[in-house]
Design a protein around this ligand. Structure first.
Ligand SMILES: Cc1cc2nc3c(=O)[nH]c(=O)nc-3n(C[C@H](O)[C@H](O)[C@H](O)COP(=O)(O)OP(=O)(O)OC[C@H]3O[C@@H](n4cnc5c(N)ncnc54)[C@H](O)[C@@H]3O)c2cc1C
Length: 474
């Protein structure tokens, strides 16, 4: 009898591949993470394949290029909402800024005033090498170009007046040029969904490869307060939320839902990264073999944060929000493709710039082939109410970017700022470019860097999610 029972159990286990899996309830696994990603025409499985096979490997090699690895950020700004509370003192929270000489000259863009208006290198071609748009007034092969700062512009005497927006009339005084730059910056800032601190005096370049996003030990009251403020203080007026975990998506209009889901997706992505790159060794016992600690995937931590059984059934929704956010940023990159295709990715190293350009073009080609892009055109449609909603949406998002100055751990603040700026850039692209008209639309270098890096983080999260699911099966 005993032998018979044992054989039945072995047979049942074999049929279910593993005993663990057989005994596992839906509450204790990620099996429910499949099917449609609400508010989009896309399935989780489709996105897993698309990301893990086509996007992730491309971004991995693109984001180590010089143009994308240096991010200019102000980590010293004071929190505008409350007195700074405790700072994370763990060494994993600190950020190593770049020395001035580490940053490629082309990225620093240090052009002295005399050089700005001075004699320029010239070259021939129907399109100036680094110019941001084709110059219609240039006759092919007869146009001479000159370098001005980051860009190359047609020489006025040879090409006639060009309608290129980047063209600098050298007869203007330096003062007027500076004022014009400020006015333009102000106009663009009105459209911005986040606060960009690239031009602050206190901003510094940070090498993202030397300061990877990973577990820092930042938690407790400060972290809780930041997340709570992002969710509760930035909700659209009429609602009051008790707890982030019980947001009722059914009661929200599409725009509110999109806002909540993008924040929740970002939160999920940050938490996946800290689980995927976790400090496995004891921080109080540095080993001689691994003085900087042993880092790796922590399945237990991941399960605590996302399993339905340990999150009141919410974990899978948060992961779905990650997929949703991925689709939002994917669509923004597709929409910005005409701009990105014209970008020179200038660092001052011709070979590196060319390789970066080719890698971006290759990525854009794959992104354009994706069949089920997020459709932003259904948002903010209708009368004045919807117009107000768009303004409210933007103001709330700007607030989220301000809250990032309240994060009490520099490493978390760096990546939090980069990812909110990337998302802000995506939203600006989605809701400011109308009918595909990009002529008057401009992206600053930091916006491009944050957009691609933020998307890279989401791509990495989806990839790691697959690894965690495999780990759990085993
Ligand atoms: C901007 C920012 C960046 C950070 N970066 C890092 C980092 O790089 N490395 C690091 O180690 N730590 C980082 N942290 C801290 C980390 O996110 C957690 O706050 C911390 O680990 C404590 O986790 P917790 O379990 O208390 O829950 P938290 O993640 O703090 O979540 C608080 C509550 O929000 C709800 N919730 C959780 N996830 C979601 C979601 N996806 N959607 C909706 N609701 C949710 C749950 O009810 C949860 O109890 C960062 C925090 C912030 C605010």
């Amino acid at each position: 009898m005993f032998v018979f029972s044992l054989l039945s159990v072995i047979l049942l286990c074999a049929l279910n591949q593993s005993c663990g899996q057989f005994q596992r309830k839906n509450e204790d696994c990620f099996c429910g993470l499949k099917g449609n990603i609400e508010d989009c025409e896309c399935e989780v499985d489709t996105l897993d394949d698309f990301n893990n096979v086509k996007i992730y490997p491309r971004l991995r090699s693109l984001l180590v290029k010089d143009y994308f690895r240096y991010f200019k950020v102000n980590l010293k700004k004071k929190c505008p909402f409350w007195e700074d509370d405790s700072k994370c003192s763990m060494r994993y929270c600190s950020v190593q800024s770049c020395q001035k000489d580490d940053v490629p000259i082309g990225i620093k863009g240090e052009v002295k005033k005399e050089e700005f208006f001075g004699p320029f290198l010239s070259e021939s071609g129907s399109m100036c090498r680094n110019v941001k748009k084709p110059i219609s007034s240039c006759v092919p092969n007869q146009c001479q170009c000159q370098n001005v700062g980051h860009t190359t512009v047609p020489k006025e005497n040879e090409c006639g007046r060009s309608n290129n927006l980047d063209y600098l009339n050298t007869t203007l005084s330096a003062k007027i040029v500076k004022d014009m730059e400020l006015w333009t910056a102000h106009d663009y800032a009105q459209e911005n969904f986040c606060i960009i601190d690239e031009n602050d005096d206190e901003s510094e370049y940070v090498d993202l490869l030397l300061n990877p996003e990973r577990y820092t030990g930042y938690k407790g009251k400060s972290a809780e307060r930041v997340w709570k403020s992002i969710y509760t203080e930035n909700c659209f007026q009429a609602r009051s939320w008790e707890k982030p975990s019980i947001f009722k998506l059914d009661n929200m209009c599409l725009e509110e839902r999109v806002f909540y889901r993008t924040i929740s997706g970002l939160h999920a992505s940050i938490n996946i990264h800290l689980c995927a790159n976790y400090l496995l060794s004891d921080p109080n016992k540095p080993s001689l073999i691994q003085p900087t600690g042993e880092w790796g995937m922590n399945l237990e931590e991941f399960e605590r944060r996302f399993l339905p059984s340990s999150t009141n059934g919410q974990g899978l929704n948060w992961l779905r929000n990650l997929y949703f956010l991925y689709l939002v940023e994917l669509r923004a990159i597709e929409k910005a493709a005409p701009l990105l295709e014209r970008e020179a990715f200038y660092t001052g190293n011709e070979k590196e710039d060319w390789d970066t350009k080719m890698a971006v073009n290759d990525l854009l080609k794959v992104i354009k082939q994706f069949p089920s892009h997020f459709d932003e055109s259904v948002m903010f449609m209708g009368g004045t109410d919807k117009k107000n909603l768009k303004r409210e949406f933007r103001d709330h998002f700007r607030n989220v970017s301000r809250i990032m100055d309240c994060v009490g751990c520099d490493k978390c603040k760096l990546w939090g700022k980069l990812q909110t700026q990337g998302l802000g850039t995506a939203l600006k692209i989605l809701f400011s470019i109308e009918n595909g008209k990009v002529e008057n639309f401009k992206l600053q270098r930091n916006e491009i860097v944050s957009l691609l890096n933020a998307f890279g983080r989401l791509s990495n999260s989806i990839y790691k999610l697959d690894d965690f699911r495999e780990m759990q099966k085993k």
